[in-house]
Design a protein. Structure first.
Length: 163
């Protein structure tokens, strides 16, 4: 009887494991970002690159603390195909966003989400920081909410770039 229970548990675990590893990753929403420079950047145009879509706000302490790490990640891996789109939340005053970007010399795309439509498309994002890592095929491979281990994120990004 114990042997039968062990076999049943093993089969069940294998089934759950295969479901987890072989379930297709969800596609990133096909949104169009409007940049601070009033340029349109369709998500579809980023296909072939690894994209970190990061929702943030100037009033979010954790977001502000993570910006140097995001800048370093972008500077280190942009040449290998990493793009970062920092989506400013709709409640963040645009002049605050512009001042922050200028003061911190953010090198990546800043996309104010003035209508809240981008946040809705990514699962109705309300909390910041939250980031979605999108692979070269346009699939969301990882979601980061709040504080994350920066070395783990870097390894995941590097794996996506290599894959």
């Amino acid at each position: 009887m114990k042997k039968l229970i062990s076999v049943v548990l093993l089969v069940a675990m294998a089934g759950v494991g295969s479901w987890f590893f072989f379930t297709p990753k969800p596609a990133a929403p096909l949104v169009t970002f409007e940049t601070l420079q009033n340029e349109s950047l369709p998500m579809a145009s980023l296909r072939g690159k690894v994209v970190l879509v990061k929702f943030w706000a100037t009033s979010c302490v954790t977001c502000v603390q993570q910006m140097p790490d995001t800048i370093a990640l972008y500077n280190d891996l942009h040449a290998e195909g990493l793009e970062v789109v920092a989506v400013a939340m709709d409640y963040d005053p645009i002049e605050f966003v512009r001042n922050f970007v200028k003061a911190r010399e953010l090198p990546f795309v800043i996309a104010p989400d003035t209508s809240g439509e981008i946040a809705k498309a990514f699962g109705d994002v309300k909390l910041t920081p939250i980031a979605f890592l999108v692979d070269r095929d346009g699939r969301i491979v990882k979601r980061y909410l709040g504080v994350y281990e920066k070395q783990d994120m870097r390894k995941t990004v590097e794996k996506a770039l290599a894959g």
